[in-house]
Design a protein around this ligand. Structure first.
Ligand SMILES: [Ca+2]
Length: 293
């Protein structure tokens, strides 16, 4: 089975060949890093509710019990006794100083609740208005997803699963509250600005077949861009970089600069067509073209 690292390495190599027809190669990452919430899947319970969570009942009566989760393990059920009851779990999660955006997902089952209030999760950064997320009534598990900007200077965020002024029961499972920062770039020197030798700094040269050269040219943004030139129709030349993936997994996206060489060239993102780019190609201006086409 391919490792994630190997896959990403191959992806980086493929992209650098695509750089024949683009100005910038920037494998970047959209990474969901570690979950900021503790006991987020409600597998651990004490006598009065899930561990690592506080409870609050501003009015009426509430219970916080462990029920079967959507995958057969634990979930939490918040049940209220009257339509004016208000029951909360609460946890203050630390927000890393580098976080700019967070992604919240959780699973919710909300069946027979009645009343005019809300049931779901309330999120509050200190000193800012609360934000509420939840589904309408649904008797089966549904996933809720939200993206939240981190206010400047915020170091904590309050997470409150709640049934607020409704009667009945709600179940929650698998909260994932993680950093989601599209600006996170896992590649080093992905914009090729550092170019002190014959190839860009932090990159390796991989010349699988034929001959070719690596150089720099004017960048789409910044000063430099990468240019790879091959001399024969069977040449294969790329730059490579091993990238360390953050723990906890996530979804990763490779991106590259938008300027292309010709609308008729096979600018596919697949490895096969990318490595079969054959023509000698120069990055010119907006009227750029590929000699030989
Ligand atoms: Ca669970």
């Amino acid at each position: 089975m391919k490792s994630a690292l190997k896959t990403l390495r191959q992806l980086a190599a493929a992209l650098t060949v695509v750089a024949l027809s683009t100005t910038v190669v920037v494998p970047s990452a959209t990474a969901a890093i570690r979950n900021l919430v503790t006991n987020a899947s409600f597998e651990a319970f004490g006598t009065s509710g899930p561990t690592s969570w506080g409870t609050g009942t501003p009015s009426g009566t509430d219970t916080y019990t462990q029920v079967p989760g959507r995958d057969g393990s634990g979930a939490v059920q918040i049940a209220t006794g009257t339509a004016t009851s208000r029951g909360f779990l609460v946890q203050d999660a630390a927000v890393p100083a580098t976080a700019k955006k967070l992604r919240l997902t959780f699973w919710q089952k909300k069946g027979t609740l009645t009343g005019t209030g809300k049931a779901g999760i309330r999120v509050t950064f200190p000193g800012t208005p609360s934000q509420f997320y939840g589904i309408d009534a649904a008797s089966s598990w549904r996933q809720v997803t939200a993206y939240l900007d981190v206010p400047t200077g915020a170091s904590t965020v309050r997470v409150e699963p709640m049934v607020d002024t409704m009667q009945g029961s709600m179940q929650l499972d698998d909260i994932d509250f993680s950093i989601y920062d599209e600006a996170s770039n896992l590649a080093s020197n992905g914009s090729f600005e550092a170019f002190t030798g014959t190839i860009p700094d932090a990159w390796g040269r991989w010349n699988a077949a034929g001959t070719g050269t690596v150089g720099k040219t004017d960048g789409y943004s910044g000063t430099n861009a990468l240019r790879i030139t091959t001399d024969t129709t069977s040449s294969r030349l790329a730059l490579t970089q091993d990238i360390t993936l953050p723990p906890g997994g996530g979804t990763f996206k490779a991106e590259r600069g938008p300027r292309t060489c010709s609308s008729t060239r096979p600018h596919s993102t697949s490895t096969t067509s990318a490595t079969r780019q054959q023509q000698r190609c120069s990055l010119l201006s907006s009227s750029e073209h590929c000699p030989g086409e």
